[in-house]
Write a protein that binds this ligand. Structure first.
Ligand SMILES: *Cc1c(COP(=O)(O)O)cnc(C)c1O
Length: 447
């Protein structure tokens, strides 16, 4: 065997790796890959703690170096000195749309089509409501939201609540049964582009076309896609999308999420959270609601300006990345990182009982690698964290879904040597049995 079974070329010569037989020459090759990485300068834009290998940027992105100064200025000058004037002078009022414009560049949308606001859960409520109203106005027999059972729970909870309120049905099926469940009763197909547990990615264009074939509207959740993989909402003829600001976009804990609506639908229906920030003329203070035109109507109330400031600053790192090839270049590196990760798992950890839940086919994987193991997944992740290698654990259902050890490979700042060292630590944790120490089985509130 060549030692390179998994490590295929991803189209980027910079990441070309020849056979890796021994672990030491693998480390040397990882160092070489980092040296020739055309994106290596981007890591300098982030504040990464000493001694930490951070593989959880899919859950909470890291701190950009520019953020503390920018947020401090927003606090001390814009708020502290200029006070209420800042709604105008610092552009606070327009921030959700301006930040939305920066996000639009990453997801195949255009200026003025995206707003950064509220949380993913809340934005999903807005778009699902609008999508249901549009679908039912066209065909009142459409009474189903279809999704997959393994979708992120908050998405399912929001859909469940809406279905209860409107007397509709939420139909959940296994991924492989989606096509057959797409029947004419389906009003909305709601899917997450990259699965949070496995890292499996849908083909956005073909799934959207399948939904349209039965007259359903398509809602995508981009929580694990925006900033992680190239997304082409308009090219894929998508109807609605939402996504998250604190994962790959590095906006900080609780950062505003975003919402995009295909312009052909935006003015057709207003979302039901009719707050004054979505009003056509909020400062006329009229008692009746009149929705603004365009994506502005997807705002509700006053937005968290300090958090928006942090998100806005973080998005500038993607503007830097644009100069180096943008999302396409980031994707090449991301695939090379996950290829390397899976290759090392297969070659270095063969006797330790790990499975790889993430699709090997690069067309169907996002920017993370998920491992499975019949027991000990939580404790192994904890033992890794104690060594400074931060991934996370996602519980299984005790039946079909196994427990998951999740490793996010954020191409903005993850190096090839980080992957090598992470696997070295994992091997040491397994070889020594360190993970079986009792403290690693103590469950935290947040896993
Ligand atoms: C992270 C994530 C969310 C988070 O929703 P919040 O409202 O920000 O808590 C929602 N959906 C998916 C698919 C996610 O991965």
């Amino acid at each position: 065997m060549t030692g390179c079974a998994v490590l295929r070329l991803t189209g980027a010569d910079a990441y070309k790796v020849t056979a890796m037989h021994t672990s030491t020459n693998t480390l040397a090759k990882c160092q070489a890959l980092d040296l020739q990485d055309p994106l290596r300068s981007l890591r300098e834009l982030f504040q990464l703690p000493e001694g930490v290998i951070y593989l959880d940027g899919n859950s909470l992105g890291v701190l950009p170096k520019a953020t503390p100064t920018r947020v401090a200025a927003a606090v001390t000058k814009e708020w502290g000195q200029d006070l209420i004037k800042s709604w105008n002078s610092a552009g606070w009022f327009q921030m959700p749309l301006l930040v939305g414009d920066k996000i639009a560049r990453l997801i195949g949308a255009e200026e003025g089509e995206v707003v950064a606001a509220d949380s993913t859960s809340i934005n999903l409520f807005k778009v699902l409501s609008a999508a249901l109203s549009i679908a039912q106005a066209d065909d009142s027999e459409k009474k189903t939201i279809l999704s997959e059972r393994t979708n992120f729970p908050t998405d399912l909870y929001i859909a469940e609540a809406l279905c209860k309120e409107r007397g509709l049905t939420l139909k959940l099926v296994e991924t492989e049964d989606l096509q057959s469940a797409l029947q004419h009763d389906v009003a909305v197909l709601m899917l997450t582009h990259v699965n949070y547990r496995t890292g499996a990615m849908f083909n956005m264009k073909t799934m959207t076309a399948s939904a349209h074939n039965v007259g359903a509207l398509m809602v995508w959740d981009l929580a694990h896609s925006a900033g992680a993989v190239p997304v082409d909402l308009k090219g894929s003829l998508v109807d609605f999308a939402v996504g998250c600001g604190y994962k790959y976009l590095n906006g900080g804990p609780g950062a505003p999420a975003f919402v995009w609506v295909n312009p052909k639908h935006t003015n057709r229906y207003w979302q039901p959270l009719n707050g004054w920030w979505g009003h056509a003329a909020p400062f006329e203070f009229t008692p009746e609601y009149k929705p603004a035109t365009g994506i502005t109507r997807y705002q509700c109330g006053t937005q968290p300006i300090l958090s928006l400031t942090a998100l806005d600053t973080a998005l500038d790192t993607f503007l830097e990345a644009e100069k180096l090839g943008g999302m396409q270049a980031l994707r090449k590196k991301s695939l090379a990182l996950s290829d390397l990760f899976m290759h090392l798992v297969q070659t270095q950890l063969a006797e330790h009982g790990f499975g790889i839940a993430t699709p090997i086919d690069e067309d169907f994987r996002g920017s993370q690698v998920s491992l499975t193991r019949s027991k000990g997944a939580y404790a192994i992740v904890q033992a890794m964290i104690a060594r400074g290698v931060m991934g996370d654990f996602r519980t299984g259902d005790g039946k079909n879904q196994p427990d998951i050890l999740r490793f996010g490979l954020t191409p903005l700042y993850t190096r090839f040597v980080d992957v090598w060292h992470a696997i070295r630590h994992l091997k040491e944790v397994m070889d020594s049995g360190e993970w079986q120490q009792p403290q690693f089985s103590q469950k935290n509130v947040v896993t």
